[in-house]
Design a protein around this ligand. Sequence first.
Ligand code: MEV
Length: 324
Amino acid sequence: MKYIRARAPGKCILFGEHSVVYGYPAIAMGITLGSVCEIEALNNNKITIFLESYNKNLVFSNIDDLIVHFPPEFKQFSYCLKRFKENYTIDFNNIRITLSSTPLLSSSGLGSSASSAVALVSAINSFYNIQLNRRQISHFALDMEKLVHGTPSGIDNTVCTYGSIIFYEQGEFRFIETPNNLNLLVTYTNIKHDTGKAIEKFREFTKQNPDYSDQLLSEMGMIAREAEHELINLNIEKIGVLMNKNQKLLEIFGISNENISEIIDIALNNGAFGSKITGAGLGGSVISVGSPSKLEHVAKSLENEGYYSFHTGINRQGVRVESN
Ligand code: MEV
């Protein structure tokens, strides 16, 4: 029986989250954890969708039934199938789709929603031999992301499609080539992040303080530009200093909290060069950079305070598809 599996990386925003929504440049990295979408042909005259991360097994008699009855909290997935149906007359009959993200990814600000969208679009694309290219896959995933939180900048779907480290500005991007892997320590704040809520809080600050916000946003943009050069040379110490500067600016917008501050203090007090929010903030995850031995020490100290960390590096491949 026909079978396809697509894997898309998750992501860490290294610099410029939020300011990227306002058109300033940002830098993101595809990471080794990610999402997987499997599609297998069956002979049961049904469409089955198993959302493993939510433990939801959904069975439909046909695509029209699916479009009407799909749970609204996952509307991005039914939108995806509906669009394939309308644009490429696919009926999706006799298949089972399984979509899963590494457990760590969900609600941790590491791109589970964008990587799931990219994996799903890529798997359908290959299974039905539609031949969308990467750019089209990324744009398709962006339209799905818009249903999840209204105004995505496009950086998440781009990095989850292409992997590597990217410099992203207003819909355009370029790769940043580092001489070696960039090792990041990722620490979960023990608080589920909510991208929509964080974007709203950030926006509220910009409305209340328009001139000051312009100045802060533009500083964030300059930090991202400087960081590109430091990444090309992989100057970890300077990358850390820039991360700390970016963090201080993010804090002014009110998207940090006690857990985030505690993690950052522990990281910096134990020898990390830099530490900051990655992604929307108000929870999710914190990233830290430093020498491997210091990061090891930071991870142990964080664990003692009840924070789980893991080490990650660059996913250079982006989304990839395998068949049997
Ligand atoms: C979310 O990963 C990053 C934000 O900048 C939102 C976006 O870019 O769409 C907060």
